[in-house]
Design a protein around this ligand. Structure first.
Ligand code: HEC
Length: 170
């Protein structure tokens, strides 16, 4: 009796830590979804991102980010689709880019909106990139390799121009 009473706390502690360990390992499968993948991704496939310029307020960043987060995947799919002449993949990626929801030009009275902070060129290039992405999709559809290369080049020009307009606000 004496022995069992004194060993009781030990048993309890043992049980608690066992359950803690169990709990911790049960949590593990959820982990890769939160912090782990970012790290794993960073070392494997680095997800490229664009610096956020100072004129964009903190509050507007999640909105822009959400809108632009598919760029990286679409850009990769398009690049491989075009360069490896995988017409269906190229066409699908180009169509996704062309049909992306667009930011509308600032409206009267909406001077405080995010849209009002962006330079006019941003909206011009937004329209241009849409038209150029459609041209890439059309070239992929026709399996016209020369047109595919040229239209892709023209599309990428607008990508770079818009990132430049955005960063430099001009
Ligand atoms: C109308 C302007 C505009 C055009 C055109 C445009 N982008 Fe972007 N892109 C942006 C902005 C703004 C951001 C930054 C969003 C942010 O702050 O997270 C961005 C971010 C990105 C990112 C980083 C994504 C991330 O998650 O941080 C990639 C990759 C990208 N763009 C690729 C492209 C490619 C490829 C094209 C052409 C097919 C393109 N963009 C065309 C405005 C544009």
């Amino acid at each position: 009796m004496k022995l069992s009473r004194s060993s009781m706390p030990v048993v309890l502690v043992g049980f608690l830590s066992a359950s803690f360990i169990f709990h911790a390992s049960a949590e593990e499968p959820a982990n890769p979804k939160s912090t782990a993948p970012a790290k794993a991704k960073a070392s494997e496939v680095r997800t490229p991102s664009l610096r956020t310029p100072d004129y964009i307020p903190e509050a507007a960043r999640p909105l822009l980010r959400k809108k632009m987060e598919r760029h990286a995947q679409d850009a990769r799919d398009l690049m491989f689709g075009v360069t490896l002449l995988q017409y269906d993949a190229a066409k699908a990626a180009a169509q996704r880019i062309a049909s992306e929801p667009r930011l509308v030009r600032p409206i009267v009275g909406g001077e405080d909106d995010l849209n009002a902070l962006l330079p006019e060129r941003f909206f011009v290039l937004q329209d241009e990139s849409r038209a150029r992405a459609q041209a890439v999709a059309a070239a992929a559809e026709k399996k016209d390799d020369k047109a595919l290369a040229e239209s892709y080049g023209r599309l990428v020009e607008t990508c770079v121009s818009c990132h430049s307009a955005y960063l430099n606000r001009e």
